[in-house]
Design a binder for this molecule. Structure first.
Ligand SMILES: *Cc1c(COP(=O)(O)O)cnc(C)c1O
Length: 382
């Protein structure tokens, strides 16, 4: 069975993990910092804080930004629920900005219009780089300055992606960027996440919230330390630490990040030509963006196909290929529906949801497997 995503673990990755297992520190050791430094350098950001998963990274980023009761976070409806849930964890509200009909990312036109007319303006906006294609960050940054909100990039799909000649995660146009290292993502640590920032104040707060709100830094304490054992709890934080075992895997995986992304780009280009004669719309790429292709989403023209999407999923599965769908519009989830979102406000997201299908794409997918997927899809769509 071929699934939409799959990790690639090398013998070197395994050896790096084994080294940590034989060392003195399984957690809170030196490998975490090594991994953080590696990712920060690769992306071109000053600071990085590794945590237990991408959702925890989104959560501490909201906390570090000071998001709380009475505040609002805006994000895209076409994302994983965690991009919205992180605001709710802090007691803040969520609102959505419809997607662009071509890129499927948050529409900057809709964002601008909503900022102009909204009764409640956001404290934070979370653009999600769907499929690893950067949002129009330059424009979002300009709006952030004009309207005074913080920007946190949900870059969980976008490790290794480029935007205007720089790596996504460099935070040139945002306050923070968040990554996930779940096995389906570009680089994996099993479970894991990271927040990147260029802001030292945010960095210090991210460190606090990762580990119980506790600090051993005398500069941050309310008074001089009682002794060498002393620490202070300054905030209500969590235990969101990543282990050194995970960090070792991440560090080793980062050696191959460019190779991972290059192969994903190659596969995406191949899909583009292989799918040319099928009744599907291949992805559109924003000028200045070079996606990392975490996922490959096509839109099926159901007016030309006499089957339902359910039927297509079923027939592909019978042929050994599991299709997927990223994502169900978050505002239509029962939890968010309860809070009274007006469904008609997001027509592009709803249109997208009617037609979107995720095809398998991952580093280890072979040319032959990809050709077989397209051949099967042709059979099924006929
Ligand atoms: C994977 C993902 C997350 C959450 O990451 P976890 O590591 O699974 O907690 C958040 N947002 C998006 C867009 C994701 O794809």
């Amino acid at each position: 069975m071929i699934y939409y995503g799959k990790q690639s673990i090398s013998e070197d990755d395994i050896q790096e993990v084994v080294k940590v297992l034989r060392s003195d520190f399984l957690t809170q050791g030196p490998t975490i910092e090594r991994f953080e430094k590696r990712v920060a350098e690769y992306c071109g950001a000053k600071y990085a804080v590794a945590v237990s998963n991408g959702t925890a990274a989104l959560h501490i980023a909201c906390l570090a930004a000071g998001l709380g009761k009475g505040d609002v976070l805006w994000t895209s409806p076409i994302t994983f629920v965690a991009s919205a849930n992180c605001a709710r964890y802090c007691g803040a509200d969520v609102d959505f900005v419809d997607i662009d009909a071509n890129t499927y990312n948050m529409s900057v036109e809709v964002l601008e219009e909503k900022l102009r007319s909204a009764k409640r303006r956001p404290q934070m906006v979370v653009p999600v780089h769907l499929a690893g294609q950067s949002c129009d960050m330059k424009r979002i940054h300009e709006l952030a300055q004009e309207y005074g909100f913080m920007v946190m990039e949900d870059a969980c799909h976008a490790m290794g992606a480029d935007y205007l000649g720089k790596k996504v995660g460099c935070c040139e146009f945002s306050d923070m960027a968040v990554f996930s290292f779940h096995p389906v993502k570009i680089v994996t640590t099993g479970e894991g996440g990271m927040v990147l920032t260029n802001n030292e104040g945010l960095y210090q707060r991210l460190l606090l919230f990762r580990s119980h709100g506790i600090t051993r830094n005398p500069d941050l304490m309310t008074h001089e330390a009682d002794g060498p054992w002393y620490y202070q709890q300054l905030e209500l934080g969590f235990n969101y630490r990543m282990t050194d075992i995970q960090a070792a895997l991440g560090y080793s995986q980062m050696k191959r990040v460019d190779e991972f992304v290059a192969r994903r780009r190659e596969l995406a280009a191949r899909y583009e030509s292989l799918l040319a004669d099928l009744p599907v719309r291949t992805p559109y790429v924003l000028e200045g963006a070079e996606p990392s292709w975490h996922i490959y989403v096509v839109r099926v023209d159901f007016s030309k196909v006499k089957k339902s999407r359910q039927q297509i999923f079923k027939e592909m599965r019978e042929r050994g290929i599991t299709l997927n769908l990223h994502y169900i519009p978050v505002h239509t989830q029962p939890y968010y529906k309860k809070q009274g979102y007006c469904v008609e406000e997001y027509p592009a997201a709803l249109e997208y949801y009617k037609e979107a299908v995720t095809l398998p794409l991952y580093y280890g997918l072979t040319d032959e497997e990809q050709e077989m997927i397209v051949k099967r899809l042709l059979e099924v769509l006929k």
